[in-house]
Design a protein around this ligand. Sequence first.
Ligand code: F6P
Length: 335
Amino acid sequence: MTTEDHLTFRQFMLREHRRVGVPKDLIFLLEDIATACRTISHKIRSGAFAGTLGATDDTNVQGETQKELDVIANDQFMMHCANTSRVAALVSEELDNVVWLKDKAEAGDYIVYFDPLDGSSNLELNISVGSIFSIVELKEALPELTDEAVLIAGSEQICAGYSLYGPSTSLVITTGHGVNGFTHLNGSGEFLLTFPDMTVPATTQEYAINASRQKYWEAPVARYVDECLQGKDGPRGKKFNMRWVASMVAEVHRILTRGGVFLYPRDSDNAAMGGRLRLLYEASPMAFIIEQAGGKASVGGARIMDVAPTELHQRVPVILGSAEEVDLLDQYHSE
Ligand code: F6P
């Protein structure tokens, strides 16, 4: 198979327009996001020369030190998403408040939520990082342009995706009709369809959790991991492998490729904050992608996409991946 055998991102999206009615404005917006991701990928790959892999003197709204590339990636998303006239507002991990692009937000307008550079503590290590985004279409005009107005549950998303900056640059998206993965063909400026119809196998023997937090775990998670560790002789009756990249995009990509389960649960150390990962631009988009690929995504007893957001930078527990494992963890949470 040669690169000519792969659909370009635009060819694929126009096919989706004809097949399932993906709106052309959404396609334009996704092309702009793809451009942002290509540029971010290039900036990361040249970061060691440009001296941008390290920290700035600033912290973001989460109290995390910003890397220079966090700021660069945020600027790229802001600039390219503002290109489409239908986008009413932008919500970024890196910005305290909503950025309104219009004086009025009408029904049909889009809100774009994004984490421009997730896992950026991995940058100096040359370990994979990524961008995550989510798009909601307003059902009605907004009476007021406030931060509260964009607190919309994940179940309302019309599109979600991520770009993974690893050995190659991937773009994975769902518009609610399955999940498709594209790879950037270096030098061509194109993302080509390389992983059509990505699915999460229902069963797995691999889990991902930051095990250094074990002393904080709540009983259902402690029980689950303990049973996995018991291997063939334990209640699960099979051996489990463990992975932790500390880069959610890379973990989700692995799960979409060969299955597995990813946990960043609530624990006694992060419970006061609600969990670790952010709902609107990390948990919800990844939940939409995983569900569209046949997996499940839960806060531990309830669907992530059903959580009604109460704050812009709200955190939630995240358990997502192969359906069998998420079901079991949900069951342990309900017992
Ligand atoms: O934004 C959060 C993030 O970087 C995720 O990408 C990743 O899964 C997690 O934090 C890593 O957390 P820890 O520092 O506990 O390993």
